[in-house]
Design a protein around this ligand. Structure first.
Ligand code: PGA
Length: 249
């Protein structure tokens, strides 16, 4: 079943727990009817933010999770550590792929660990500028779906727990979002590839991410086939984030 979902990915912001908690309170106070809203705070603030959001319907996500249950993995978080704190995790974000060297196989392992621990997923994928300019967008998306999501197909017993975010790398943090048409076309390719894997593309919740703002969200919210947004920079401003959520209501 598809849902309308808007997730704020706070990345390596805000700077203090007080700031994070204040932002979480503002998100909890927003009109959210018809839209599921999530926040992904830095891991050091997860517990404080989760505590603030107890009793609300705002979903807390980790920004990443490791595939191993425990051990010598400096700087990483296991899915088990998120128990009782986060309801889900983002995996496959292009910044993690870039900085940690994750490839589709590793993202699939992370996704598997998260799903086995009962977490929800926002599974990110998308092409680089060079790939788009070379006319390879469709090829890249199909490969990422096949090698990543295809590898976890057996774990997707409850498809409602896994949401896919199409995030063209060239649009992330640049202030230059994809057009509604570019996003719609890429997401159509994504749904077809899910179908080809025997997963129900038409029934999968798919978000767009990359420079979504109050000014640009309308193009995505109105464009058929886009169920919500993964929002970085604009999620740090409560008013702006509220306007983005409102666009999907
Ligand atoms: P942005 O980030 O909205 O700042 O472009 C989106 C994301 O990385 O999820």
């Amino acid at each position: 079943m598809r849902v309308r979902l808007v997730v704020g990915n706070w990345k390596m912001n805000p700077r203090t727990s007080d700031e994070a908690v204040a932002l979480a309170r503002a998100v909890a106070a927003m009109r959210r009817d018809g839209v599921t809203v999530g926040v992904a705070p830095p891991s050091v603030f997860l517990r404080d933010v989760a505590g603030t959001l107890v009793g609300t319907s705002v979903v807390v996500y980790a920004q990443d999770v490791h595939w191993e249950p425990k051990g010598a993995y400096t700087g990483q978080l296991s899915a088990a550590m998120l128990d009782g704190i986060a309801a889900g995790s983002i995996v496959g974000h292009s910044e993690v792929r870039r900085d940690q060297g994750d490839d589709d196989a590793r993202v699939a392992r992370k996704a598997t660990a998260a799903l086995r621990a009962g977490l929800r997923l926002v599974y990110c994928l998308g092409e680089s500028l060079a790939q788009r300019q070379a006319g390879e967008t469709g090829i890249v998306i199909r490969r990422q779906v096949r090698d990543g999501i295809g590898a976890i197909a057996a774990e997707l017993r409850d498809p409602a727990r896994t949401v896919v975010a199409y995030e063209p790398i060239w649009a992330i943090g640049t202030g230059v979002p994809a057009t509604g048409e570019q996003a719609r076309d890429a997401i159509a390719v994504l749904r077809r590839e899910l179908d080809a894997l025997g997963l129900d593309g038409a029934d999968t919740t798919i978000l767009y991410g990359g420079s979504v703002s109050a000014a640009t969200v309308g193009e995505f919210a109105r464009s058929g086939g886009i169920d919500g947004a993964l929002v970085g920079g604009a999620s740090l401003d409560a008013e702006e984030f509220a306007a983005i959520v409102a666009a999907f209501r």
